[in-house]
Write a protein that binds this ligand. Structure first.
Ligand code: PMP
Length: 403
């Protein structure tokens, strides 16, 4: 039985054009050099990174100076959270006004549904006593409570981090609204620490294929991106850091001062080139991809509902990125196994937590009970999903559920 891949939120296959863009930088005749070298081999590699930086920046309406390439979104999220905190403490130590105020603990506000690379990082810092953390609740549709954000902002808040699209439910978060709330707070009350804080970060990893990640319109200060979710290679990602905000971030990986000193280490040239070309394609196709995947997702749900009327969506039917649908099948446990046997690659939680069989923190945050969480599964669609895949998958799902 040919497997059907419905796990695009976990990772995506490489686009052929992306492979072509990378090949020269893997070959001996091409730009395999170390970008830090001053000879022609190095300079060719450096020119490729410069080009990739410009190309990626354009897709989010940023300037190339505002892009820091990393090994992926996990590192980009760590750089932003840990880097901001490190810089905050460094500046505090140097400032005589703050010396009398050494007991101040900065506050970081995140949503309860963030990816573990944000959530666990914040929890570790909280445990270490370095920060006070506030976890914003979500409603039953998995959307962040902005009133709770308004209540949580105080003059010690240095960072707010809310993802653009949730990776388990597809719930789209009110990014522009959050930007406005923070902006207003800064104007009226955020006079502390030179008016620089709170900064607003969004993990936009799951939003790139279906949305316009315009950093100006969205009003974010910081953004995280990942290559392997947009048909690029694994091992590349980026932090967008708004012009001027870079002075509020210290590197967490130090060494040879690559990436404007914010991320040392020899750049992964072929992956960076591939990432930029993948991002370029994703940005050029996000509108049509949104519409196409919306139809796929509707077709998928409608047909399953017809055969299995008890099925329900975890989250909202609207306000959801169409590439993700999280379904509850009452009375059906071990759904992961069921799908496996039916030859369907889907996911009973986020890819990262599946192996450890932890109940989804996202569904729990939506106040879903333990049995519902156990009986739920995430399907995610992408560029190479066709109507026939959807129909075949439905047939297999219904058959295995009726067994
Ligand atoms: N954030 C989100 C929302 C994700 O879905 C993922 C991947 N599961 C990551 C961060 C981590 O990305 P990477 O694999 O590039 O570290």
């Amino acid at each position: 039985m040919k497997p059907i891949y419905l796990d695009y939120a976990a990772t995506t296959p490489l686009d052929k054009k992306v492979i072509d863009s990378m090949t020269p930088f893997l070959e001996q005749e091409g730009g395999f050099g170390n970008p830090s070298s001053l000879h022609s081999f190095g300079q060719r590699a450096m020119a490729a990174i410069d080009g990739a930086r410009i190309m990626l920046a354009k897709t989010i309406a940023a300037n190339h100076r505002e892009i820091i390439f990393t090994s992926g979104a996990t590192e980009a999220n760590n750089l932003i959270i840990r880097g901001i905190l490190k810089s905050f403490f460094k500046n505090k130590k140097n400032s005589s006004a703050d010396k009398q105020n050494c007991s101040i603990t900065p506050r970081i506000i995140v949503s309860e549904i963030e990816h573990p690379s944000v959530l666990e990082t914040v929890k570790i810092l909280e445990k270490e006593g370095a920060i006070e953390a506030v976890y914003l609740p979500v409603d039953r549709f998995g959307v962040v409570d902005t009133a709770a954000l308004e209540r949580s902002l105080n003059d010690r808040t240095i960072l707010v981090s809310v993802m653009w699209v949730n990776n388990e439910t597809g719930a789209v978060q009110p990014i522009e609204k959050i930007s406005k709330i923070i902006e207003l707070f800064k104007k009226n009350e955020g006079k502390n620490y030179g008016g620089n804080y709170p900064l607003f970060h969004t993990d936009a990893v799951q939003a790139f294929n279906c949305f316009d990640l315009n950093v100006i319109k969205s009003g974010v200060d910081l953004m995280t991106l990942s290559s392997h979710k947009v048909y690029g290679p694994k091992g590349a990602g980026a932090s967008y850091i708004k012009n001027g905000v870079e002075i509020l971030i210290e590197p967490i990986i130090t060494g040879g001062d690559q990436e404007y000193g914010l991320r040392s280490g020899t750049e992964n040239v072929p992956a960076i080139v591939g990432f930029a070309s993948a991002a370029h394609i994703a940005h050029n196709t996000y509108k049509t991809e949104f519409e196409r995947l919306k139809k796929m997702s509707e077709r998928f749900f409608k047909k399953i509902k017809k055969e299995f009327p008890e099925v329900e969506i975890n989250g909202s039917d609207s306000g959801r990125s169409p590439h993700i649908i999280n379904l509850y099948f009452p009375g059906h446990e071990n759904l992961g196994l069921v799908m496996d046997m039916a030859g369907i690659a889907a996911s009973s939680g986020s890819a990262c937590s599946q192996r450890y069989e932890k109940p989804s923190h996202v569904l729990r945050a939506m106040s879903l009970d333990a049995s519902r969480i156990k009986n739920s599964i995430r399907f995610s669609f992408g560029r190479f999903t066709e109507a026939k895949d959807i129909d075949d998958a439905i047939g297999r799902i219904i058959m295995s559920l009726n067994k």
